[in-house]
Design a protein around this ligand. Structure first.
Ligand code: COA
Length: 254
């Protein structure tokens, strides 16, 4: 497992902690791999009831490490993780403190119980980066919070703060920062006391028919690959590394 993903198993809960705080917990290919391996372990082990995902430091996750988008570093690790979390067959609890950007937010659409500190801020600035939504967020985000709110997030890249996320039904509850992890852990442990079959069946029914989610993810993956190879993404990534504002031209726009 990557050092930047800490794995801790206790009380039937597998905790996966994103721990790269100096980079705001941005995810590298190795970290995606470690998260995917953690999910596979939890799925295969009957002694594990649920997974708890948290972040070290003041940010939950600043999204994909931008350097991972560069041609030399590109792998399918992110896509494999996203597919794994979308298909995962046990409850996932998340504890979110501070920033949750890109996949830091879209992974939450595949979690069951999301607890947020008052400073949590969710954003999906794919379009700003010359990219398109992922993880079926173009389908699940409007379903979860309504088209108008989702459009502000996905078209303009506007963040949702904890209060707004709570009102919109994006999170389960807001919990004080110093109690966040203990609260999320206690809820995960509470799941272990539930009758396992009823719990699994209830989750299956809650999630419903997943064929539309899978189909949308495939459509997004194709559009994402095209966008990633395009001039807009190239300019957005260059601007990020050069710590300047990107400049997008309308050349070629319809
Ligand atoms: N990829 C790579 N590095 C990242 C990163 C990312 N997604 N997010 C943060 N970092 C790095 C910064 O480059 C910086 O590195 P440095 O100290 O070597 O310069 C470090 O993490 C701390 O980030 P910084 O920007 O100084 O913190 P901040 O509090 O001012 O801003 C963010 C935090 C998350 C708002 C800002 O870093 C950001 O916009 N990151 C990109 C988020 C993003 O677009 N993710 C992809 C979504 S698809």
């Amino acid at each position: 497992m990557s050092d930047d993903i800490q794995r801790h198993l206790a009380d039937g809960i597998l905790e996966l902690r994103i721990a790269r705080p100096d980079k705001k917990n941005a995810l590298t290919n190795a970290m995606y791999g470690a998260l995917t391996a953690g999910l596979a372990e939890a799925s295969a082990d009957p002694a594990i009831t649920a997974v708890l995902i948290s972040g070290e430091g003041d940010a939950f996750c600043a999204g994909n490490d931008i350097s991972g988008f560069l041609p030399a570093n590109r792998t399918d690790a992110a896509m494999v993780f996203i597919r794994a979390i979308a298909d995962f067959d046990k409850p996932i609890v998340a504890a979110v403190r501070g920033l949750a950007v890109g996949v830091g937010t879209t992974m939450l659409l595949h979690c069951d119980l999301v607890y947020a500190a008052p400073d949590a801020r969710f954003s999906v600035p794919f379009a700003k980066l010359g990219l398109v939504p992922e993880a079926a967020s173009s389908l699940l985000l409007p379903q979860r919070i309504g088209h108008a709110k989702a459009a502000a997030m996905l078209l303009l890249g506007e963040p949702l703060d904890a209060e707004a996320a709570d009102r919109a039904g994006f999170v389960t509850a807001i919990v004080a920062g110093d109690q966040l992890l203990a609260h999320a852990r206690a809820k995960a442990v509470a799941l272990t006391a539930m009758p396992p079959r009823a719990l699994a069946e209830t989750r299956r029914l809650l999630r419903g028919d997943r064929s539309d989610v899978t189909a949308r993810m495939r459509e997004e993956e194709t559009a994402f690959a095209t966008a990633l190879a395009g001039a807009e993404a190239k300019e957005a990534f260059s601007a990020f590394f050069e710590k300047r504002a990107p400049v997008f031209t309308r050349e070629g726009a319809k």
